[in-house]
Design a protein around this ligand. Structure first.
Ligand SMILES: Cc1ncc(C[n+]2csc(CCOP(=O)(O)OP(=O)(O)O)c2C)c(N)n1
Ligand SMILES: [Mg+2]
Length: 646
């Protein structure tokens, strides 16, 4: 019989010692959850440290990411090659993989980046959906599980409600959420701010709810056993003691986020009868830990052969290849069309591949994200192509990160651009992790008209542009939309944001269509070789820029119009390319974009930027454009004045 307490004390003391050495970190949570984690890794979770990226492993998500040392200890003890003792000793130090909060690195066993509380719960819902979708599409007879740890903080965050509500609706029976119910957070007792009936809350959204004692090994086992039989997602509400084992700091907020201190560590060693030095794990215990995945090997061996099925699935459903014929087809198109509609045209081609999953936060008919997809992901059909996320933008973005993290599918979603703010925390994490969800954001400017300033995005495009590793697209017409979708499909190291118009736009890019590789920007019109000025525009304002250039020409001013559907791609080009593209004889650049001007200040002076640094207005679109001086007459007059000034 294994001595579970001794095994879990290995986690406790690695965590205590690493936090003490780093002089910062969170010992309380690893000390409180070590017992549950030990049972989970000893007896339940399907994992293989010698093949961390085995596609059919169960996934372990530490939503309460401040307890990162719990995860690092587990990965070291179970034998993940990358998680050496050196790494544990370098906890929180520059260049280590043991960052303050876990950072996505599947090869090291870190399934997802966590720390911003609540995100991990949504990520886990996404992983559970991805696993079920894959199992159904490959017709597998088994489906891996997702185990998530969370604390009081994760459950207080709003995103948790959005995610658990959808998980309950979908009856994700492969999802097990383990709640560290220690009644402590940073400010002190949770009585200060938290009186939810958590169990009722989960029951009300169709979860299976269990209660347990997080320090009683047989009770922990009993509860996990029960959870495995559930036909719904399960919450196990474990009563625990934060800082378990520390005579003076257990049950106290003081154990949450600072080292225990040398004296208290000596006392904790005495209380838990741990007679081993700093970072020392007795050989006999390490041997048990290192052998704990052996029980998974027969499952590993029987499922490993299905990796080939995934390979075959991915090559049969290759998305990039589709663009050869997509571009050939759409280049002929002539009619006026909103770019959200253009995007639907592309989605209709892409959805022939089973390697893409779409969705919308209850704006399917407005975002036009579903096209002719008929197969919906629901509790009776997990193999579908489309998720009705409900009005849950933040949850949707977190769930998408979970799906994208598995690398099984490309995932895209839809909502209005003005609601990108609701999703920001998850978008930032996608960028930080360099994973590749595609966010379709329609109604991308005042051009949406009558819905008014609440729905008219102003600063959102630049908010997205300010995210490192983010890829912002704002196409002007159908062909540009195809180019942007193609780029987004091929980007594997960051999220893509497709900003699309509600209003109809003319087809203007066809004639340049067969030119070189797409670099995010190109000259769409040049009425004189030695153009005096350059006008940059994006999306719906490119046609406005062309009209402005025509008026300027009537007044003997020659210009070059640069369409810049992707500022992100353009900025990745060599400086010489950028300079050459924007060159003009007067060296003057003007910009037109129906959004805040701040981003463009690095291209030109403020007075040369025609944008909106105020909230919009509720009226028909053309009137709103006029109100903000975004019409060709006003702009061309201002440009003429601006040039004269020189
Ligand atoms: C979104 C977000 N807000 C605030 C924080 C800062 N923070 C980290 S842990 C924590 C308290 C969390 O309490 P609980 O989950 O109960 O953790 P425990 O103290 O029990 O380990 C807070 C406020 C955070 N990491 N993420
Ligand atoms: Mg707590």
């Amino acid at each position: 019989m294994k001595n579970y307490l001794e095994l879990s004390n290995c986690i406790r003391f690695l965590s205590i010692d690493a936090v003490q050495r780093a002089k910062s970190g969170h010992p309380g949570m690893p000390m409180g959850m070590a017992d549950i984690a030990t049972v989970l890794f000893q007896d339940y979770i399907n994992f293989n440290p010698t093949d961390p990226e085995w596609s059919f492993r169960d996934r372990f998500v530490l939503s309460n990411g401040h307890g990162s040392m719990l995860l690092y200890s587990l990965l070291h003890l179970t034998g993940y090659r990358k998680m050496t003792l050196e790494q544990i000793k370098n906890f929180r130090q520059l260049g280590s993989i043991t960052a303050g909060h876990p950072e996505y690195e599947p090869e090291a066993g870190i399934e997802i980046t966590t720390g911003p509380l609540g995100q991990g719960i949504a990520n886990a819902v996404g992983m559970a959906i991805a696993q079920k979708n894959l199992a159904s599409k490959l017709k597998l007879k088994f489906c891996p599980k997702v185990y998530v740890f969370c604390g009081d903080g994760c459950l207080q965050e709003g995103i948790s409600q959005e995610a658990i509500s959808l998980a309950g609706h979908l009856k994700l029976d492969n999802l097990i959420l383990i709640y560290d119910n220690n009644k402590i957070s940073i400010d002190g007792s949770t009585d200060l701010s938290f009186s939810d009936n958590t169990n009722l809350r989960f029951e009300s959204v169709n979860w299976n709810v269990l209660n347990g004692d997080g320090h009683n090994f047989s009770n922990i086992k009993k509860n996990i056993d029960k959870s495995l039989k559930s036909k719904k997602p399960t919450l196990i509400n474990f009563k625990t003691t934060i800082g378990f084992g520390s005579p003076n700091k257990s049950s106290k907020a003081s154990s949450h986020g600072s080292p225990l201190g040398d004296e208290e560590i000596v006392k904790t060693r005495a209380q838990l009868k741990w007679n081993h030095g700093e970072f020392i794990i007795p050989k006999s215990l390490l041997k048990i830990w290192r052998g704990s995945h052996k029980r998974c090997m027969s499952h590993y061996n029987t499922t490993k052969k299905y990796e080939l099925k995934i390979k075959k699935f991915k090559s049969e459903n290759n998305l990039s290849k589709l663009f050869v014929s997509i571009k050939k087809d759409v280049i002929k198109f002539q009619d006026n069309q909103a770019t959200r509609k253009s995007s639907e045209v592309i989605i209709n081609y892409l959805s022939k591949s089973k390697a893409i999953i779409g969705g919308s936060a209850d704006l399917t008919g407005s975002n036009l994200t579903k096209g002719n997809i008929t197969s919906i992901i629901d509790s009776k059909n997990f193999g579908g192509q489309y998720i009705h996320f409900g009005v849950r933008e933040h949850g949707m973005a977190g769930i998408m990160n979970g799906i994208a993290s598995t690398n099984f599918f490309k995932i895209f979603s839809g909502t209005f651009l003005s609601f990108a703010d609701y999703m920001k925390p998850s978008l930032r994490l996608a960028a930080l992790m360099q994973i590749d969800p595609i966010l379709v954001f329609t109604h991308d400017s005042i051009g949406l008209g009558e819905d008014g300033p609440t729905h008219q995005p102003i600063e959102q495009i630049n908010m997205l542009r300010s995210i490192p590793n983010g890829n912002v697209f704002r196409p002007a017409d159908l062909f540009e939309t195809a180019l942007c979708w193609e780029a987004a499909i091929n980007i594997k190291n960051g999220p893509s944001f497709l900003c699309l118009s509600r209003q109809n736009l003319p087809q203007i890019s066809n004639k340049i269509a067969n030119t070189k590789k797409f670099h995010g920007a190109y000259v769409i019109d040049q009425n004189d070789k030695n153009n005096q000025i350059t006008i940059i525009a994006t999306g719906s304002e490119v046609s406005l820029a062309l009209e402005t250039a025509r008026l300027l020409k009537e007044n003997n001013i020659s210009s070059k119009v640069v369409s810049m559907p992707s500022t992100s791609l353009f900025e990745k080009q060599p400086t010489s390319f950028q300079k050459n593209l924007l060159k003009s004889s007067l060296g003057q650049i003007f910009v037109i974009e129906a959004g805040s001007t701040i981003y463009w200040n690095k291209f030109t002076e403020e007075e040369n930027i025609f944008g909106i640094d105020d909230f919009g207005a509720s009226a028909p679109a053309d009137q709103v454009y006029k109100k903000f001086g975004l019409d060709s007459k006003t702009i061309s007059k201002k440009i003429m004045k601006g040039i004269k000034k020189k």
